[in-house]
Design a protein around this ligand. Structure first.
Ligand code: AHR
Length: 502
């Protein structure tokens, strides 16, 4: 048995929980849109062709916002192809994923789907093959009430009310050589500044996201952020971070500590923001939009996809099946996002359905929850009020990737209004349980409402088509509250949530 001690103080507030932290990402990629959220022939499809079984799962997931329509896809996308009568929409080649795009789902349908799923729509504009004018056109079509050519076109297409999209990404991963029309930091920074300032002439209250590095391993990481922000700092509101993790070379210890990399990444980007802010003597504070994060086994199904599926519609791309260990790492990434709520105020789990996703579907058939579904749904449901800074005392273990990593990680949220406290924990120990002694005295909690987690004797157990409920949250009956001290035994390789009431 290992032991760890954690304490939370009511006044040790990092920031309020921002609901946008529970955003997701839908890209026109593989079977995310087609056969994922949209399948007209499916028994559960509504009049728009959207699967209502998937809509129910998205609601249960507790997602709050959705980034759309890409991703790499957006850098070759013509938004006009996806509006107007469906029978007249063109079929195009998507060069990013070597697929065929039928355009049967576009902005107006997707906005209707967002209403059904209670998701805030966050759009990305194409800065790969297009520029300022097309971004302005899309903004006019999407947000202007009426009386202009493009807003009246939207109305004629059936969307009488404007979509009122507040948050816009200025391109996607423009530092990546794989990106259609990728740019140097200097060129992208100038283009982002021009696009952002023009969009804000249309609406000064938009929230705009400049592309940060597409990963902290990019050779230009750090310098990219500095150069881009020096050009566009005063025009944008966020810089993006993207990070994907996977177990490499059977090194489970390093993999379980992946959130240390995410923490370091956030700190480095925050430092770049601060550097530019001070250099420019700006009063403005730019936040981080962590608008792509997840587990992704790229080696199994890389960005170029499977050659046998080239130029097909809705090919099976990036359909990773997730294990218990993946869900534990995933839960620790959510803990890290919460712990950085003062800098990261928006995040998007990439992606939502079928493509590196918490929800899977079969055409004409079932939809089911992957292991990663559960930590996301529980964290979104239980994280309320303010995020509290943890004080953790625990042993560490040695990892090849990150040096010493603590065996335990944790964060809490506290809502005075709801009279509730929620604690999220990860035990990285591989072969022993860990008893956590958690001091919550200052929070005035009286009782345990629920305690459950993700754990399995087989850390590689998965939920797959033929066994959709192999992994589910398990109640943890070891949780005890006495005199302001919560004790709980955390199984090896586990993610746990505990909620308490005043
Ligand atoms: O989410 C899958 C892909 O990962 C996105 O299209 C791209 O932005 C990133 O490289």
């Amino acid at each position: 048995m290992e032991y760890g001690s954690v304490s939370f103080e009511r006044d040790s507030v990092i920031a309020p929980v921002n609901r946008r932290l529970f955003g997701v990402f839908v890209e026109h990629l593989g079977r995310c849109v087609y056969e994922g959220i949209y399948e007209p022939g499916h028994p559960s499809a509504n009049e728009d062709g959207f699967r209502t079984d998937v809509i129910d799962l998205v609601r249960e997931l507790g997602a709050t916002a959705v980034r759309y329509p890409g991703g790499n896809f957006v850098s070759g996308y013509r938004w006009e192809d996806g509006v107007g009568p469906r029978e007249k929409r063109p079929v195009r080649r998507d060069l990013a994923w070597h697929s065929l795009e039928t355009n049967q789902v576009g902005l107006d349908e997707f906005a209707r789907w967002c209403t059904l799923t209670n998701l805030e729509l966050m759009m990305a504009v194409n800065l790969g093959t297009r520029g300022v004018q097309e971004a302005l056109d899309l903004l006019e079509y999407s947000n202007h009430p009426s009386g202009t050519t493009l807003s009246d076109l939207r109305i004629a297409n059936g969307s009488v009310e404007p979509h009122d999209v507040r948050m816009w990404c200025l391109g996607n991963e423009m530092d990546g050589p794989w990106q259609i029309g990728h740019l140097s930091a200097d060129d992208y920074g100038k283009l982002a500044a021009r696009t952002a300032s023009a969009m804000k002439m249309a609406d000064p209250n938009l929230e705009l996201v400049a592309c940060g590095s597409s990963g902290s391993a990019m050779p230009t990481f750090g310098e990219w952020e500095r150069v881009v922000l020096e050009h566009c700092y005063e025009h944008v509101d966020y810089v993006s971070c993207h990070a994907y993790y996977q177990e490499r070379e059977s090194d489970l210890g390093s993999y379980l500590a992946s959130s240390l990399d995410m923490q370091h990444f956030i700190e480095a980007v925050a430092a770049a923001i601060d550097h530019v802010q001070h250099k420019l003597r700006s009063k403005k504070e730019i936040k981080i939009s962590f608008d792509e994060w997840n587990i992704w086994y790229m080696s199994e199904d890389g960005p170029s996809g499977d050659a046998s599926q080239e130029w097909s519609t809705a090919p099976r791309l990036l359909e990773n099946a997730y294990s218990v260990a993946d869900a534990v790492v995933f839960g620790s990434l959510l803990i890290t996002l919460l712990k950085n709520s003062n800098r990261v105020t928006s995040a998007s789990l990439a992606q939502l359905v079928n493509v590196i996703a918490p929800i899977m579907t079969e055409p004409g058939g079932d939809s089911w929850r992957q292991t990663t579904f559960y930590p996301f749904a529980a964290t979104s449901r239980l994280a309320q009020g303010n995020v509290l800074r943890p004080r953790i005392i625990v042993d560490g273990y040695n990892t090849a990737a990150y040096g010493e990593a603590p065996l335990l990680d944790a964060v809490a949220t506290h809502s005075k209004k709801n009279g509730s406290t929620s604690i999220f924990l990860v035990n990285r120990t591989q072969d022993k349980p860990l008893t956590a002694r958690i001091n919550v005295e200052s929070l005035g909690v009286q009782s345990i409402t629920e305690a459950f987690g993700i754990h399995d004797e087989d850390a590689y157990a998965q939920n797959v088509f033929h066994e959709q409920n192999r992994v589910r949250p398990i109640p943890n009956s070891t949780a005890k509250l006495h005199n302001g001290i919560l004790t709980i035994v955390l199984p090896p390789i586990s993610w746990t949530a505990v909620s308490l009431s005043d």
